[in-house]
Design a protein around this ligand. Structure first.
Ligand code: ATP
Ligand code: MG
Length: 369
């Protein structure tokens, strides 16, 4: 879809991009990350011809972007610029409608599209279309910036630190919204960030840059497992094993779980300890099959009974959803002092469990020292 071929970009004597080559597949989210000044924004601008390379070429669908008329090219490429860039004298509807207006869509079509996009990004059109940028929170302004880039439904989206200006909590909300949106829209996205956790959360592939060069590219989990050099090792941090767990979903690492109805707990708990403490956790459910407690195996091999006394549990506190990451599962497991976390459906039913031993094994297998 997008390909950089031996691209060099010089500003006068300074080399901002120093011979980079990489490819971004269709419907892929490629995250460019690296220290300030390493050439991320420059790389984006080479894609939509806001800048021309000094040598090499950027291809879009196999054709050099230099062969397209710049205006036509940009219609197919939405751009969310660094620091939002909403025009202060225009209201939300006018800001979102900039590209459709340039494309001379008639008014009713523009208005319909604006309302559709506001719905899409979770802002009530009736409430927001007439607001001015100064009347928006930071997170709302970021969402409008994304809506504006999506206005003409371009297949390619360039996003330059789109959530950089919001506080960490709201940034996480925007990231989750973006992930959901992208599953629906399936754009080819080039996303620039400073934030490694953001990259891990959103990227199909990560390109790590330094001084205008690519130092490593690949899937987040592979980069965290095998940093190419000391720069990447330092960049991803000493807790890369933990960060890597954020790349895996609970649903892919779930084991079957044993459940028993509440009435049977007394009998099961008193059962003799036949095989020396090698029992699974028994998740206890009520008449609606919702998790209400557990019997944990007694680790004392000499104990007469297999399980410790019944413990009441709150599904919200101990359970994880199938879509959660293994990092979340681990924090539940450690937070509760358990050996596994139950995987819970929206209705509170036990779908399976994630075991601490499986998480440990996944790390031991994947991580290079
Ligand atoms: N118009 C320009 N003229 C001269 N040098 C420039 C120009 N724009 C950028 N540069 C230089 O090119 C290098 C790369 O800049 P770029 O904006 O691509 O960095 P970046 O990775 O986006 O940084 P940041 O994370 O701070 O946004 C920097 O050293 C910058 O000073
Ligand atoms: Mg930049």
């Amino acid at each position: 879809m997008i390909e950089f071929q031996d691209v060099v970009k010089q500003y006068n004597t300074q080399t901002a991009i120093d011979d980079i080559s990489f490819t971004i597949g269709e419907a892929e989210v490629c995250v460019l990350i690296g220290p300030s000044g390493c050439g991320k924004t420059t790389s984006l601008k080479l894609i939509n011809r806001m800048l021309e390379p000094s040598s090499g070429a950027v291809l879009l669908n196999g054709k050099p972007v230099g062969s397209f008329n710049p205006e036509q090219l940009r219609r197919g490429i939405g751009y969310v610029i660094q620091s939002v860039g909403l025009l202060p004298h225009m209201n939300v509807a006018e800001n979102v409608g900039i590209v459709p207006r340039l494309l001379k869509w008639e008014r009713s079509r523009r208005e319909k599209r604006t309302d559709e996009l506001l719905d899409l990004i979770g802002l009530d059109p009736g409430l927001y279309r007439g607001k001015y940028p100064a009347q928006l929170s930071g997170g709302e302004a970021q969402r409008i910036g994304v809506a504006r880039a999506l206005a003409a439904d371009p297949p390619v989206l360039l996003m330059d630190e789109p959530f950089g200006a919001v506080d960490p909590l709201n940034r996480e909300i925007l990231q989750l919204e973006f992930a959901v949106l992208q599953r629906k829209l399936r754009k080819t996205v080039v996303f620039v960030t400073h934030d490694l956790d953001e990259a891990i959360r959103l990227a199909d592939t990560v390109v790590i840059m330094k001084d205008g060069r690519i130092v490593q590219q690949g899937q987040p989990a592979d980069i965290l497992a095998h940093p190419a050099d000391n720069f990447v090792r330092q960049f991803v941090g000493a807790d890369r094993a933990l960060k890597r767990l954020a790349c895996f979903q609970v649903v892919d690492h779930m084991q079957s779980a044993e459940t028993i109805p509440r009435e049977q707990t007394a009998k099961r708990q008193q059962a003799p300890n036949g095989d020396g403490g090698q029992h699974p956790v028994l998740w206890v459910t009520n008449a609606d099959h919702a998790l209400v407690g557990m019997l944990e195996p007694d680790p004392d091999h000499h104990s007469a009974v297999a399980y410790r006394p019944y413990v009441e549990l709150h599904a919200d506190e101990v359970g994880v959803r199938p879509v959660a990451s293994l990092r979340e599962a681990l924090s539940r497991i450690l937070g509760q002092g358990l050996r596994a976390a139950p995987v819970i459906s929206e209705e509170g039913m036990v779908l399976g469990e994630v075991r601490l031993s499986d998480i440990e094994e996944l790390n031991q297998r994947g991580i290079a020292r």
